[in-house]
Design a protein around this ligand. Structure first.
Ligand SMILES: Cc1ncc(COP(=O)(O)O)c(C=O)c1O
Length: 390
C-alpha cells in the first residue's frame, strides 16, 4: 500500500483532547495574574470572585433566574454524585445511558445506592436508547452529550413540561456548546475543564425550583458526607449558591474560569460558542463524508455531537481485524499524530469501540481542525502500510 507525503500545513494548536480540553485561544498564565491567591475564599475579594463566577455562568449559559447555581467540589463527578445521593430514593428512577459515563451513573445507583426501584434504559455505543420508554413520573438520570460515544440528545423535546419526577442531567460535554432546555431540566451539572477549557477542579450544580423543593421535603435514608450536604435543618443552604462553597476552592481555578467566561462573552456568548462548535463539527463531518475509511460512530446524524466527535475506522481490511488488533491500529495512528505534534489525545476512550475521538468544542479553532484533516489520511495510510507489511 502506498503512503502519502506529510501534509504541508500543521495545526497551529494540536490540542484536541476531550477533557481537560484546549485552553481558549490566546490563553497564557498571564490570564491568572489577578487571582486571589493566599487569601481566604471567605474574604470579600474571594467571595466577590466566586459570586461573579456564578453570575457570569448564569449570563453566558442563559440559566433562568429562579434556578440556583452552585460551585461544588470534585468537578462534574462531584456535582452529579451530590445530586444522585441527595435527591434519589423519593420515587423510582429511570437510568438512561448509552456510553461509559452514563453507565457509570447506572452503576452508582444500582450498586452503591442500591435503589430497588431503578430501571435501566440503555443503548450501545453509537445509538440513543428509545427515549419514549422513559417514564417521567419517575426521576430520570441521563447524560446530555455522551462524551465517549459522541451521541447526544438532539434537544429536550422528549421531556414533558408537566413531569412529576426530576430530570438529572450530566451536561458536562454539552454545556456552552449545545442549547440546554432548562425548562425540561431539574438538575444540570458540568465541569470547568470541558467546553470552556478551564481547569479541572470544581463542578457546577444547577438546581430548578422543583429540585430545591425535593431537597427541602425529602431526606434520603442513607448518611450523607458533609461534602454532599445541600441542606441544613430541612432548608437549602443558600450560601452554596452565592459562592460560599462547602469547602475551600482553588482561587487559581476560579480565576481561570472567570477568564474563560469573559472569553466566552467576547465570542458572542452562548450563540457564539455554539456556532464555533458547529463550525468545527462541520469540518470533521465534511471530511468523514468524503472518506472511504472513516465513519461517524453516532449512527443518526441528528444525534452527532459537536464536541466529542467519535469516529470509527471502517476500511475493509481494518474492519476485519479482531477488536484488539483494531484498537492497536487506532492507537498506532494516534501515536503517529502525537509524535508529529499535530494532534494530542485523540484516541478512543478506554471502554469505547476502537477509533478516534476529536474534540470540536468552542476553544478549538476551526482552522486547526481544517489543518488536521489531511493528517488523518496520512496517519491512516502509514498505519495501513505498516499492517500490510507486518
Ligand atoms: C459525560 C461526562 N460525565 C462525567 C465526566 C467526569 O468529569 P470530571 O472528570 O470533570 O468529573 C466526564 C469527563 O469526561 C464526562 O464526559
Amino acid at each position: 500500500m502506498s503512503t502519502l507525503p506529510k501534509p504541508d500545513i500543521r495545526p497551529a494548536n494540536p490540542y484536541f483532547s476531550s477533557g481537560p480540553c484546549a485552553k481558549r485561544p490566546g490563553w497564557t498564565p498571564e490570564a491568572l495574574k489577578d487571582a486571589a491567591l493566599g487569601r481566604s475564599h471567605r474574604a470579600k475579594i474571594g467571595k466577590e470572585k466566586l459570586g461573579r463566577a456564578i453570575e457570569l455562568t448564569r449570563g453566558v449559559l442563559q440559566v433562568p433566574s429562579d434556578y440556583r447555581i452552585g460551585i461544588v467540589p470534585a468537578s462534574d463527578t462531584g456535582a452529579v454524585e451530590m445530586a444522585l445521593w441527595s435527591l434519589l430514593g423519593e420515587r423510582g428512577v429511570d437510568m438512561v445511558a448509552w456510553e461509559s459515563f452514563g453507565a457509570g451513573w447506572v452503576t452508582d445507583v444500582l450498586k452503591q445506592l442500591k435503589l430497588a426501584d431503578a430501571r435501566r434504559i440503555e443503548a450501545d455505543y453509537g445509538q440513543l436508547p428509545d427515549l419514549a420508554q422513559i417514564d417521567f413520573d419517575r426521576d430520570v438520570v441521563f447524560t446530555w452529550n455522551g462524551t465517549t460515544s459522541g451521541v447526544r440528545v438532539p434537544n429536550g423535546d422528549f421531556i414533558p413540561a408537566d413531569r412529576k419526577g426530576l430530570t438529572i442531567c450530566d451536561a458536562t460535554s454539552a454545556a456552552f456548546a449545545q442549547r440546554l432546555d432548562f425548562s425540561k431540566l431539574d438538575v444540570v451539572t458540568f465541569s470547568w475543564q470541558k467546553v470552556l477549557g478551564g481547569e479541572a477542579a470544581h463542578g457546577i450544580l444547577i438546581l430548578s425550583p422543583r429540585a430545591v423543593e425535593r431537597l427541602e421535603n425529602y431526606t434520603p435514608p442513607w448518611p450523607l458526607p458533609k461534602i454532599f450536604r445541600l441542606t441544613k435543618g430541612g432548608k437549602l443552604i443558600e450560601g452554596i449558591f452565592k459562592g460560599e462553597t462547602i469547602n475551600s476552592p482553588s482561587m487559581l481555578c476560579v480565576e481561570d474560569y472567570l477568564d474563560a467566561l469573559s472569553w466566552a462573552q467576547s465570542v458572542g456568548g452562548l450563540e457564539g460558542l455554539i456556532a464555533r462548535a458547529d463550525a468545527n463539527f462541520a469540518v470533521i463531518d465534511r471530511f468523514v463524508e468524503r472518506s472511504d475509511w472513516l465513519a461517524h460512530l453516532a449512527q443518526d446524524p441528528a444525534t452527532r455531537s459537536n464536541t466529542s466527535v467519535c469516529l470509527s475506522i471502517v476500511d475493509e481490511t481494518v474492519a476485519r481485524l479482531d477488536s484488539d488488533a483494531k484498537a492497536a491500529f487506532a492507537k498506532g495512528m494516534v501515536s503517529r499524530l502525537d509524535k508529529e505534534g499535530v494532534a494530542y489525545d485523540i484516541g478512543h476512550y478506554r471502554d469505547a469501540p476502537p477509533g478516534l475521538r476529536i474534540w470540536a468544542g468552542a476553544t478549538v479553532e476551526t482552522s486547526d481542525l481544517e489543518a488536521l484533516m489531511p493528517w488523518l489520511d496520512w496517519a491512516f495510510q502509514e498505519q495501513k502500510a505498516a499492517l500490510e507489511s507486518a
